[in-house]
Design a protein around this ligand. Sequence first.
Ligand code: IMP
Ligand code: MG
Length: 173
Amino acid sequence: MARTLAPEILYSAEEIQSRVRELGRAITEQTPEDGEIAALIVLKGAFVFAADLLRAIDRRTRIGFLETHKDPEDPGATDFIFTHPFPIKGADLLIIEDILDTGITLTRLQERMASRRPARIRTAVLLDKVPRRQVETRVEYRGFEIPDRWVVGYGLDDGETYRNLPYIGYVEE
Ligand code: IMP
Ligand code: MG
């Protein structure tokens, strides 16, 4: 049956799965066997990526969430609402984000978390829109570099639709 929602495919479900498994292996290898990862999932876009990535990590994990709220009149002003049932101080944090665009949100978040003294902060992003970067942002695990076009699917939205698409595709802007 044809899908009624059919953006042009950028990465298929299979390509995403294989890349996410590679990222999971890298994170596993770079985490002590007796370590525990405190994962922070950035809502909403990263929920699908995080579900797959965390299941590809062979280490103990605790999982928390945060929501970002941007002020439309001031892109630099981002508010975070956290739900994490673990202390940040001393934690081996893994921030999981869907897409790195200007880098402003992620950099703000990393600064906020750093001020709470975790043992370390690592960041995993599925997509990186390199040409859009405005602030240099440290990312340890990156799925794919993509051009400057609006992408949807696998958690990413366009006006809250398409998040359930199993692949990543382009929509007209
Ligand atoms: P920035 O890096 O502070 O500009 O913000 C990045 C955020 O913008 C991401 O977490 C996404 O929520 C959103 N975003 C940026 N580009 C796209 C896209 O192509 N599709 C869907 N969401 C996007
Ligand atoms: Mg986001």
